[in-house]
Write a protein that binds this ligand. Structure first.
Ligand SMILES: [Fe+2]
Length: 211
């Protein structure tokens, strides 16, 4: 496998969502594309520094600054892919009764409704960032947490299960800034619960099916 190829922009067929307009999605796809391009450009520019050997000799501010930006651009790329990947126009309002995610939410929070209250509350936190439901791969417990920008607050080694973009660009064309809660409710009417289930660890999915 060749590991030095540029990242490619992924496409998502999401036209016709409820409460999230096609206009918002088109703008959002182009923003995502910008992160892919920026991640590739940074990787390429850092590679140029490595070619000439200068970074072996001394700490170089220009190299350091490029490297510092990787977390923003890479997470901006990847989190958007998770976000678009957990949306569908053929959504159900709640996870189905045989869903592995439903079982995991009940086991981690006591009930799905309590899990949802927590996730929505994370999404309403002031600031620019993401609400993310993580799974601890050891044991399968879920935890809803806030990520500032794209790179501050991601939990090393945990698996992102459900990702909600709450940067204002995700909803400003459809809702005023004071109505972030309406956007969050719209987000919930478009969740692809099958995609969410696929992200759970194999162990968790097996437990849910066996029970
Ligand atoms: Fe976004």
């Amino acid at each position: 496998m060749q590991r030095d190829k540029p990242y490619k922009v992924k496409s998502f067929n999401l036209h016709g969502l409820q409460g999230i307009s096609d206009r918002t999605l088109e703008m959002h796809f182009s923003l995502y594309e910008g992160y892919v391009k920026a991640a590739n450009a940074l990787t390429n520019d850092i590679g140029e520094f490595l070619k000439d050997g200068r970074v072996d000799q001394e700490e170089m501010p220009a190299y350091s600054e490029l490297t510092r930006r990787l977390g923003f651009e890479y997470n901006g790329m990847v989190l958007h892919e998770y976000y678009f990947g957990n949306l569908t126009k053929e959504a159900a309002a709640k996870p189905p009764s045989d869903s592995a995610f439903l079982r995991a939410a009940e086991e981690s929070f006591g009930s799905y409704d309590r899990w949802k209250t927590d996730f929505v509350s994370v999404g309403k936190m002031r600031g620019v960032g993401w609400a993310i439901c993580w799974q601890h791969p050891a044991g399968g417990r879920l935890s809803n947490q806030w990520t500032t920008l794209h790179e501050h607050g991601n939990v090393a080694g945990f698996i992102p299960i459900l990702i909600m973009d709450v940067w204002e660009h995700a909803f400003l064309l459809d809702y005023p800034p004071s109505k972030r809660g309406d956007y969050i409710e719209a987000f919930f009417t478009n969740i692809d619960w099958k995609a969410v289930d696929r992200r759970l660890t194999g162990e968790q999915a097996r437990q849910a099916q066996a029970a």
